[in-house]
Design a binder for this molecule. Structure first.
Ligand SMILES: [Zn+2]
Length: 198
């Protein structure tokens, strides 16, 4: 994990995975997972609203990643559509780098494109969760982190995973822009795992 508390993090993750496997299913619905987490974490844990979840500043998240997420949620990243809006790129040159033909926007790059979709699919398989994801970036984040009824102590776990995922997608996008090198989704999910636990 970014920063400290690595031991706690790995213990927590292993406990969650063992609970998932113990259910006898390869994937769990959010409702089932909620029950699993509720059973694991202290009953004294508070449940907080989604505005608290959108706060990306945390001691275990590098400030550069928090700043990146802050810009992401406010659509202030230099995606191609934003660059064209500022007349830095011609409007005819805003196509997604994957070649899908769609303009590169925050929504498309991080959750709409086939590449990012595949990465999120790997994340769901990795965590053993299954749900229909929102096509709005903020709602996607809240949905991922704020599983209804979940106690506060689980939020940072899902926040780090989610932020690691968008961070890796953004780094991959920049690699393609500046070095013309691309990675397969299976490689990206390994980077997400490494980023989450470092
Ligand atoms: Zn695309």
């Amino acid at each position: 994990m970014w920063g400290s508390a690595l031991f706690y993090w790995i213990t927590l993750f292993c406990r969650i995975k063992s609970m998932t496997l113990g259910s006898g299913c390869s994937t769990l619905s959010m409702g089932t997972r909620c029950e699993v987490f509720t059973a694991f974490f202290s009953k004294s844990d508070e449940v907080v609203d989604s505005s608290a979840i959108l706060d990306v500043w945390h001691k275990n998240i590098p400030s550069k990643v928090s700043l990146f997420a802050w810009r992401l949620f406010r659509n202030r990243l230099p995606t191609k559509d934003n660059l064209a809006r500022r007349s830095i790129l011609p409007h005819t040159d805003i196509a997604c780098l994957v070649g899908c033909g769609t303009p590169e926007s925050v929504q498309h790059l991080f959750i709409g494109c086939a590449l990012s979709n595949r990465v999120w699919q790997y994340v769901r398989i990795w965590l053993g969760i299954d749900y229909v994801a929102s096509n709005n970036i903020c709602q996607h984040f809240v949905q991922f982190v704020f599983i209804a009824g979940m106690p506060r102590s689980t939020f940072i776990f899902f926040k780090v995973i989610w932020l690691a995922c968008v961070w890796v997608i953004w780094k991959e996008r920049n690699n393609q822009v500046f070095t013309n090198i691309s990675s397969a989704p299976s490689t990206l999910i390994e980077k997400v795992k490494l980023t989450s636990f470092l």
